[in-house]
Write a protein of this length. Structure first.
Length: 223
């Protein structure tokens, strides 16, 4: 079904488009489809892994900093819902993903049915990218907002994980979110937060891969 989902995405791509390609297994299948049936496109990606896939599959790339507009962009997610809210936590590259989402005329998420919900369950934390000088303040503020906060670390290096742009990453777990838009607005207002992994108002479509079929949830038809 993920391959069928990738083929639906492939059919949305037209010649001479600038196409955003995020991360995830379904995007990888889309890249395979683009190599088998080439289209005259230029790709842009926030992901180093996807960049390597594009290079190995002979898909021409543009650097993100040189792009002003994207015709259509595809990305994976950890959770998405019927109102086209989404949570993107695991990769930690959500700032660049949001830049591409903002540039895209059409921002399409690819998800299997286990990730698609009536409303976001927040089984994953909201990843927050924080400038270094705001580390203690942002952590305290997130806790006051009701989050359990963990600073991202890895056993492969000493100290905290640093984003591609040199910022700290924090995981803010919210046990109860009454209003997703309110949480999004509150996070946007905290000084020192560069960006966060909660996507509100930017997704235009979700292609959901189910056991028996794929469906497209369109913003124009959202509840």
């Amino acid at each position: 079904m993920k391959r069928k989902c990738a083929k639906i995405a492939y059919d949305m791509i037209k010649d001479h488009m600038t196409v955003g390609l995020g991360g995830g297994s379904t995007v990888a299948l889309l890249i395979e489809e683009l190599e088998k049936n080439p289209k005259q496109i230029m790709a842009v990606t926030p992901s180093d892994d996807t960049m390597e896939l594009c290079l190995s599959h002979h898909i021409p790339l543009l650097p993100l900093e040189a792009v002003e507009q994207v015709d259509i962009a595809f990305d994976g997610c950890d959770e998405a819902d019927e109102k086209l809210h989404a949570l993107k936590s695991c990769g930690g590259i959500h700032t660049k993903e949001k830049i591409i989402a903002a540039m895209a005329k059409d921002y399409v998420l690819l998800a299997d049915e286990t990730k698609f919900h009536e409303t976001l369950p927040f089984r994953y934390p909201v990843t927050v990218e924080v400038i270094r000088s705001a580390r203690a303040f942002v952590k305290k503020t997130l806790m006051e907002m009701g989050a359990e906060v963990v600073e991202r670390k890895t056993d492969k290096k000493a100290g905290l994980v640093i984003s591609d742009d040199g910022h700290y990453l924090m995981e803010a777990s919210f046990s109860e979110v009454k209003n997703i838009e309110t949480l999004n607005a509150a996070l946007n207002e905290v000084p020192g937060i560069v960006e966060h992994g909660l996507f509100c108002g930017v997704v235009t479509k979700v292609i959901v891969a189910g056991r028996d079929k794929c469906k497209i949830v369109d913003r124009r038809n959202e509840k």
